[in-house]
Design a protein around this ligand. Structure first.
Ligand code: NDP
Length: 401
């Protein structure tokens, strides 16, 4: 589907080459004792956004895969639950939450009985629940490893949100746990199921802009006032370095799947303003330059501290330019192709299908044994690049991969 699947050997080769970057993550400030949200699974209040359906979804079709949704936050309630309800081959079978009131409301809205509600404390009993075949891990990043491992130990398949984990070493542990349990591990890289991005990949493969010379991506917005006691996204032990893992990962992914290449060198700069509670533990901005084997270059900009914000990918080639803006959001995508002085707007389909198609993709792999196009190895590959980016910034030099 993407035409950009790398062998397991290639993924691993890249991650080993950049393992030296791991201490940056390992040296993260601990969330414990700093007044920060702790790096362990706890319940949270009703999220700012996240509507519930007026009536429960219809009964699942014969053979549909039952998912437990783990972490009822903004994305879990706002996008993951509706996606599963809209999917063809899967459905919501359980919820896992540290907030019992919220879990009850969500379960009722999705037609689940109370025995399909799990807490983090009693999660292990899910092993005996045949209604649940897969877990959708929508927890903060710093909890992905622990709860993916627990899900595999309970015999479930896992669809894990991006970014995969906090380090290459954690990603490797997740892949090993999947192999030991003989269960599937898929990364929730939804752009691989979204019509605009899929068409863009196809156009680039067809040479629509000629030889690619440069790719520019931007994923940035201005985060409102917040601090480590209020928001896991600014807690290093839960969010890593911040905007790159959370939002800039879309630009990184775009540069790889639009170029169809893996970079040979990375050079990056990070910013962390002093005396700003938002950036006590994380970076505000990360700017990265990539060099590809073909000679093409890319610049990736991501920030939590720039207004009004941008979500963009542009590919400049010898014969034309592809512009996507917004490029990787939930909807409202725009894309144009300029060649010979003529700009054509492209509208390949409804971006909203990405959420359900992604869930069905794992169901296909479970039921039919089809290959997962966004496997754990892809999450590992991206984490290896992220580590190389931080290492480059910390050492102030280009890193050769
Ligand atoms: P939220 O903060 O909105 O929700 C996270 C939920 O995780 C909480 O509501 C809570 O659920 C549970 N949780 C358990 N322990 C903790 C803890 N220590 N701190 C905070 N929450 C905890 O986050 P999001 O839903 O925005 O993000 C969750 C994941 O989804 C992340 O990996 C993120 O990167 C990814 N994401 C992906 C997007 C995409 O487009 N693919 C978009 C947005 C996020 P409960 O109360 O039920 O226990």
């Amino acid at each position: 589907m993407t035409g950009f699947i790398h062998s397991r050997r290639q993924f691993i080769a890249l991650s080993s080459a950049t393992l030296a970057a791991a201490p940056w993550i390992a040296g993260c400030a601990s969330a414990e004792g700093s007044g920060a949200i702790p790096a362990k699974a706890i319940g949270m209040p009703w999220p700012n956004w996240g509507e519930l359906p007026d009536s429960p979804p219809p009964a699942p079709k014969e053979g549909s895969v039952g998912f437990a949704v783990m972490g009822l936050g903004g994305y879990g309630i706002g996008k993951v639950l509706p996606a599963l309800a809209a999917a063809d081959r899967c459905h919501v079978a359980a919820v896992v939450s540290g907030n019992p009131d919220k879990a009850k409301k969500v379960a009722a809205a999705y037609g689940l009985s109370e025995d399909a509600i799990y807490s983090y404390e009693d999660f292990d009993r899910i092993a005996d629940d045949d209604r649940v075949e897969a877990v959708y891990n929508v927890l903060p990043t710093g909890l992905h490893l622990e709860w993916t491992e627990k899900s595999f130990a309970a015999g479930k398949h896992v669809l894990c949100e991006k970014p995969m984990a906090m380090s290459v070493a954690e990603c490797e542990q997740m892949i090993a746990a999947s192999e030991a349990a003989n269960r599937k591990l898929m990364l929730a890289y939804r752009c691989h199921f979204e019509p605009f991005n899929l068409r863009a990949m196809e156009l680039m493969r067809e040479g629509a802009v000629g030889k690619i010379k440069h790719i520019e991506t931007a994923q940035n917005y201005r985060m409102g006032p917040t601090s480590v006691s209020e928001n896991w996204r600014v807690v290093r032990a839960l969010a890593g370095g911040g905007p790159l893992e959370d939002y800039g990962i879309y630009g990184l992914q775009s540069a790889l799947y639009l170029s169809g290449e893996m970079p040979v060198a990375v050079k990056a700069v990070t910013e962390q303003p002093a005396n700003d509670p938002r950036f006590e533990q994380i970076f505000s901005t990360v700017t990265t330059d990539l060099r590809f084997p073909s000679g093409a270059t890319a610049r990736l900009f991501t920030s939590y501290d720039t207004a009004p914000g941008n979500n963009m990918a542009r590919v400049d080639g010898e014969a034309g330019t592809l512009l996507m803006q917004p490029a990787t959001g939930y909807g409202g995508h725009k894309m144009s192709l300029t060649r010979d002085g003529v700009t054509e707007d492209l509208n390949p389909g409804d971006p909203n299908v990405q959420f359900a198609l992604q869930c069905d993709h794992l169901a296909d792999a479970i039921r039919d044994g089809t290959e997962i196009i966004t496997p754990g190895e892809m999450g590992l590959r991206d984490m290896a690049l992220i580590e190389a980016i931080y290492r480059s910034a910390a050492e102030g030099r280009e890193i050769t991969l």
